[in-house]
Design a protein around this ligand. Sequence first.
Ligand SMILES: CC(C)(COP(=O)(O)OP(=O)(O)OC[C@H]1O[C@@H](n2cnc3c(N)ncnc32)[C@H](O)[C@@H]1OP(=O)(O)O)[C@@H](O)C(=O)NCCC(=O)NCCS
Length: 267
Amino acid sequence: MSVDEMPASGGFLAEGPVAGGPALITPERAALWWLPLEAVEEADWAGLETLLSEEEQVRSKRFHFERDRQVYVAAHAICRGLLTYCIGGAPQDWRFSVEAHGKPELVSPPGGPRFRVNISHTRDLAAVALTAHHDIGVDVEWLQRNAPTEKLARRVFAEREQETLAATPDDLKIDTFLTFWTLKEAYVKAIGKGLSQPLGAFSFDLETLRIHFDDRLADDPETWHFERYRLGPDHLMALAVKHPDRSRLAVDTTKAPLDWLRTLAAA
Ligand SMILES: CC(C)(COP(=O)(O)OP(=O)(O)OC[C@H]1O[C@@H](n2cnc3c(N)ncnc32)[C@H](O)[C@@H]1OP(=O)(O)O)[C@@H](O)C(=O)NCCC(=O)NCCS
């Protein structure tokens, strides 16, 4: 779906931000924020940085290129912002553990649901996805016009995906390739394995957005919900959520509310 076709914000995120009440996020909900860096004004960066933990602030200073530093700051600021918007508390206080294959997992407040969050960043864009209990993964990619699509697909995609790509007109190949790629990354990030998971062991049908697993993977396609988005002319985004009953899952996707983040940073 193109973001231009998405409702402005008719979903549950319009109920927020929480103010001491119950969390906006439940096991039946997933929230997705994205932030195009062009929307961030020069004067915003210092404020966004204050939303990060001390450790993240230190890490952000190690980037060689300013562009990489900014996208890191944006991703971690909207991650902490979304957690605070949906659950409450101070953005800097959220803590993460690092699991096998490097997946950061939120340390949830005791006694409540286990909140799950995942971030993604690429050139000029950051995104974050949040739910409770279930595996969740998000991926954003820049539409790099000269990517070696078919050559790379032959190395890493499943056969049926390679066939779809080969049958795609030249001017649509990069879109199709990156649509597969973002969906695959969203899945491997949701299960936490990252690129240690062979990308050819599962495949997508782009019409139905259903996943198919080959015999190497003991996973149930019926429990997976996927979404794909086009964010303006330059970016694609995909979301993966594992849910025992997909029909009960409500996903709310919206551009990160910069005005609210500015207020949060100034508080
Ligand atoms: C995770 C991975 C798929 C990221 O892909 P990418 O497109 O380059 O990056 P994205 O911007 O989409 O995602 C990066 C974010 O995902 C998160 N992440 C890192 N590892 C992850 C994993 N295994 N699963 C899910 N999310 C992960 C992090 O928050 C990271 O951002 P940060 O470094 O700023 O905190 C890839 O880097 C990977 O496979 N890493 C694992 C490598 C591995 O197996 N290492 C083993 C040694 S522990």
